[in-house]
Unconditional design. Structure first.
Length: 204
């Protein structure tokens, strides 16, 4: 039900986590606690910049029964040349990392692998793929491939991500491609409401 992968590979500043922890410890009322640890569904599917997270959102849990875990991230460590295994198990073969980028505004670490570059470069130069990675404007959930994220870049390239790896990249045939093939917040709410009504027996 919840788009948990929307939070995969996000890099959240320790300062922000400390601030939230302090607010939780200082909470004197139930309302203060809710404000310090927001569980709103709208935040679960947040696709904006990590530097602009909504107030009360930093460390997990992000919703009821949240299983998100955090690990330390040290900027500057180079994984280029290492082997990468996709987390979702769709790709069984480990792929060599050829390019690594930490976008501080997006709060994400983005990777490019040898296998995917070889596949994409049949229709898009590697230099253009990297330029697109460096100029991402916004992320969304793909309506075509639910297990992937979709990103729109300043140079007109659309990037498809599986985990935090560029899985595909191309120049779309229309300017509103991102809006047409990314799942918006209102659609998520509509689908959620529909599923609740069906389970509750309100519809047949």
């Amino acid at each position: 039900m919840f788009p948990a992968h929307a939070w995969d590979e996000r890099v959240i500043a320790v300062r922000r986590l400390r601030e939230q922890a302090g607010n939780i410890m200082a909470a004197g009322t139930k309302e203060d606690m809710k404000a310090a640890q927001s569980w709103h569904l709208a935040n679960v599917g947040y696709q904006g910049k990590t530097s602009e997270l909504p107030k009360g959102v930093a460390g997990p849990p992000y919703h009821y029964r949240c299983r998100t875990t955090t690990v330390a991230y040290f900027e500057g460590l180079d994984d280029v040349g290492d082997k990468y295994q996709f987390f979702d198990g769709v790709e069984t073969q480990k792929q060599k990392i050829t390019y690594q980028l930490h976008d501080k505004d997006l709060g994400r670490e983005l990777l490019l692998t040898e296998d995917r570059t070889e596949y994409i470069s049949k229709h898009l130069p590697e230099s253009k793929i990297k330029a697109a990675m460096r100029s991402i404007k916004r992320f969304g959930e793909s309506s075509i491939n639910p297990e992937q994220l979709i990103a729109e870049s300043e140079n007109g390239v659309v990037l498809m991500f599986r985990d935090n790896v560029v899985y595909n990249a191309y120049i779309p045939d229309s300017k509103d491609y991102f809006n047409r093939y990314s799942i918006g917040r209102m659609k998520k709410w509509a689908d959620l409401l529909k599923s609740l009504l069906i389970r509750g027996g309100f519809t047949r």
